[in-house]
Design a protein around this ligand. Sequence first.
Ligand code: ATP
Ligand code: MG
Length: 601
Amino acid sequence: MSESADERKGPAVDPRILRRLWPFLRPHQRWVWLGFSCLMLGLGCRLAGPFLVKIAIDDHLAAGEPDGYGWIVGAFLALAVIEALLRRVQQVAVDTGGQSALLDLRLAIFRHLQRLSTRYFDRTPTGKLIGRVTTDVEALNEMFSTGVVTILGDLVFLVATLAILFGLDWQLTLVTLTVVPVLLAITMFIRIRVRSAYVTMRSKLSEMNAYLHEQVNGMPVVQMFNRQQATRDGYGEINAGVRGAQLGTVYWETLLSTFVELLSSFTVALILWYGGGEVAASMGATPSPGERALTLGVLFAFVDYMQKFFQPLNELSLKYTVLQNAMTASRRIFSLLDEDDVLPVPATPHRPDEVRGQISFEQVGFAYKEGTPVLHEIDFQVAPGERVALVGATGAGKSTVLKLLTRLYDVSAGRITLDGVDLHDFDPKALRQRVGMVPQDVFLFEGTILDNIRLGKPEVSDADAIAAATRLHLDRLVERFPGGWNEPVRERGRNLSAGEKQLISFARVLAAAPEVLVLDEATSNVDSHTEHLLQEAVHEVMQGRTSIAIAHRLSTVRDVDRILVFQKGRIVEQGSHEQLMAAAGVYADLVKLQEGLVDTG
Ligand SMILES: Nc1ncnc2c1ncn2[C@@H]1O[C@H](COP(=O)(O)OP(=O)(O)OP(=O)(O)O)[C@@H](O)[C@H]1O
Ligand SMILES: [Mg+2]
């Protein structure tokens, strides 16, 4: 099975990545150090346990010496309790430090996403970006939750155990260690299977999630076209794949633990067989000085140490994989954080207190993708207070003009000025405060209607927000809702009609009271009553301020000062409604076409 590019392995420990992760952990390092100290102290307790038992057996039980035996038992118990406490503190401390660092990391990614340009979002799939904040951060989280941080402790423990074993009896240690290569080989082999089973499972799960997401969103269409049976079958098929993949992970994981347990018992048998023989031989005989004597206590300590030895050894390969995943995820997160496709902002940006609203496009050219220009030599001026409309066929470049004016994108050629100042010299925040845009695609957020109206200027009072909306006659729609102005808005505003959403979107801009207004009329069809409301709304918001409106319903802009007609990225005609009708050109054709449609409709 091939691994996807995202699952490609890298080194499990990459110093450059660790150096970049450190700043997130540094503010919480007290927790990490606390955890680390507890870990090391806990290890000491863990190592001392079997040794105490050895002393109890050899120096007291075997030697028939009852004095001090109680102390040893007490010490053993005390050590066990202390170790448990230390382990608890260590787990909580490491998790607290780790989770706090992850919180900071998530915030940093989010902050960075907010700085990225519209262009970046055009070319990056949303799922990929969400994945950075969720799945990839989760991979780092796994690093804390599976205790990878204790990997250092494991290594110390293994080395210390070996040292003690060699100190106790080096021959028996060598015999026992023959099992280790077998253990390592088997765990490594099975771990690779486990890992690839997990890769399959993750891809099956994300396939299922994507399918589910699409099906839930498209449920009305599924029901409308009676596709239930077919989509259920599709879902069943994907689900069978998920079951298979899950079983695969369980199969290999349980096989691994079976083997490890078996080997651990095998080792005990080995110790009993080899060591036990020696103990029996030395029983009764008093060893001469320097001669090796394997005692019962040592034998017991061996069995105990070896069992404790196996657990971290078994987990090492798991922790290695988790660490490797965390590194891959971090690499992806940092490549997003390194993404510098942000709007260039001048060192001393222009932040006017107010603008007059004189707009000038000078030979503006623009391409979303290099080589396919969508605007050519756009040249027009709008005087302060003038009301201009852009009309033209779909795809002619009208919305693009507005996106350039609000600097969602930067021009490829020529320049745009506001009050004679190049847009590049503006602080984008100040520019967007002065130039309010009603976008073509209305986007409402979860909250209430009032929350959505106040979006651009949260400090606007309830009364002012309602006043702005009332100027658009939104009050007539809102009074039908049980919650009134506090009626909840569901995600993307799907509990509202297209016309209602548009009116809220208008009110949102009006409440922020920008000096210049640009308005991209939505193309969706609304009933004639709402159409009338929208028409009045457009008229209302354009009144008395510099405004540019894109109109699909030509009737809405009949009374503007000037109409610019767009065709294939160029301005082909301009003038007032009467002038353009008299000229009998592109505009006149468009109007006739629409009126014809209205007649037949
Ligand atoms: N984000 C984008 N990336 C690439 N190309 C784009 C993007 N947005 C628009 N285009 C292309 O640019 C051209 C102009 O699009 P624009 O949205 O300005 O048209 P429009 O005149 O507003 O059309 P409509 O009346 O349908 O709203 C179209 O050919 C469109 O395919
Ligand atoms: Mg458009």
